[in-house]
Design a protein. Structure first.
Length: 438
């Protein structure tokens, strides 16, 4: 999912007291109907630099769909800070949109509500078949062994963005391939008066994405094979400490970044204030802030040793946006047609070009627009060195509890308080206690 947001907070059992105004349909029976065949409501996630940018991207495509089918789509672009709570409220109340975007990491949590249309073979056949989609993208659509709760729409991966001029001024000839190299480069960069590496220390989901990768690089997972939280495993503790130590000990992440949660690190990079940025598919965001593509390079996220790959060489989560249908839509046929339209080869090229993302539809990936040097790194990462975040029903609570623990550890580091193995373990123990009972 995109990290343009502050992390959404909530649980699948969110109270109706938190309900926001819901739009859209829904039959009284809780099952899909075709009572309103000429209209659809669509909650789109905020993918661009602003909600206004998203409307400029999406509305022409929705108009095209209306011209083709006679179905009018009412669009609402929902900010990331609101999206998860809005969705959870809709699953509880039964009043939501017909079609919506979800962060792919939420798929299993939302699947557990029973509110989303399952994408069985029959439904996949209506949009051209399951085999049109990359397997890595399908791996983040719900609990393994069950019919997916959503269909991949945009795929993303983390990369290391680096400022070419800052690197040249510091006498650095190539981007770091390992964390030790990054820390060593940081000393040269700081000697030239620049910040080294940006982070969003108060963004819960950004925290989760990074500590998940560090855990993989330590050969650990946050959950056991049967889906139980295992946050205090020694390797998990070491992984979280290694990430926070980039600020607390290694001093490559500025202490001020502990308060960042709304893309400030991206802005710092775009303005030439810092040398490196770990981000998901950042090209369109950087361009919108006036940074020329020739000013930066794109490289794989560092690993502890060697080169990116599987197992302990994983260097990104499989990030992305999925498209789901509320099961009680009152235009089930139209909703399916809309998903087919948005995941068609032609629309995948248009939309993913606009957002600098990677099409999860295999045929669209071959378009020249996705063959630049920057996208080559992202495609390679998704194909060979990215792993899906835990596809467990409690994933959204995991983002909240562990993401908050990491936020608090960054706050400790920024305040000069010691970040020790013991303090990291204590924060993770607290986070595990906040998880729902199995």
């Amino acid at each position: 999912m995109r990290s343009i947001r502050a992390a959404a907070v909530g649980a699948v059992t969110l109270s109706l007291a938190l309900a926001a105004t819901a739009c859209g349909g829904g039959s009284a029976t809780g099952e899909g109907s075709n009572d309103s065949p000429k209209t659809l409501t669509y909650w789109a996630s905020n993918q661009g630099a602003s909600v206004a940018v998203d409307k400029q991207v999406l509305q022409p495509e929705l108009d095209k769909f209306e011209k083709q089918t006679g179905i009018k789509v009412k669009l609402e672009v929902v900010p990331w800070s609101d999206l998860l709570n809005r969705i959870l409220t809709a699953t509880t109340s039964g009043q939501g949109p017909d079609v919506l975007n979800i962060g792919n990491t939420w798929s299993a949590s939302l699947q557990a509500t029973g509110a989303l249309l399952p994408w069985n073979e029959e439904n996949f056949a209506k949009i051209g078949g399951r085999d049109r989609f990359a397997e890595t993208a399908l791996g983040s659509t719900g609990v393994r062994g069950e019919d997916p709760a959503a269909v991949p729409l945009y795929s993303m991966a983390y990369a290391l963005y680096y400022n070419k001029r800052i690197f040249a001024d510091a006498g650095i000839g190539k981007p770091p391939a390992t964390w030790d190299e990054l820390i060593a480069d940081g000393k040269k960069i700081k000697a030239k008066g620049k910040s080294v590496l940006g982070a969003e220390g108060s963004n819960l989901s950004e925290n989760i994405h990074h500590v998940f990768v560090f855990a993989k690089q330590h050969g650990a997972d946050f959950f056991t094979a049967d889906g139980k939280p295992d946050f205090t495993d020694a390797k998990v503790v070491d992984a979280v400490k290694q990430y926070v130590d980039l600020m607390a000990k290694d001093e490559v992440i500025p202490t001020g970044d502990a308060e960042y949660a709304q893309n400030q690190s991206v802005s710092d990079f775009a303005k030439g204030k810092q040398a490196m940025l770990l981000w998901q598919t950042a090209a369109s965001n950087l361009k919108s802030q006036g940074m020329d593509e020739d000013a930066y390079g794109v490289a794989p996220v560092p690993v502890n040793s060697g080169t990116p790959g599987a197992g302990t060489q994983v260097n990104s989560a499989v990030m992305g946006i999925n498209m789901a249908v509320f099961k009680n839509t009152d235009n089930i046929d139209g909703a399916t047609k809309f998903v087919k339209f948005m995941t068609s080869d032609a629309e995948q090229k248009i939309l993913n070009t606009a957002y600098s993302t990677i099409p999860p539809v295999k045929a669209a990936q071959g378009d020249p627009a996705f063959s630049t040097s920057a996208t080559a790194v992202l495609k390679s990462t998704l194909a060979s060195s990215a792993a899906a975040l835990p596809q467990v029903p409690s994933e959204s609570q995991f983002e909240t509890s562990v993401g908050t623990a990491v936020k608090e550890l960054f706050a400790d580091a920024a305040a000069g308080r010691a970040v020790t193995t013991g303090s990291v373990k204590a924060k993770l123990e607290k986070a595990q206690q906040q998880m729902p009972a199995a």
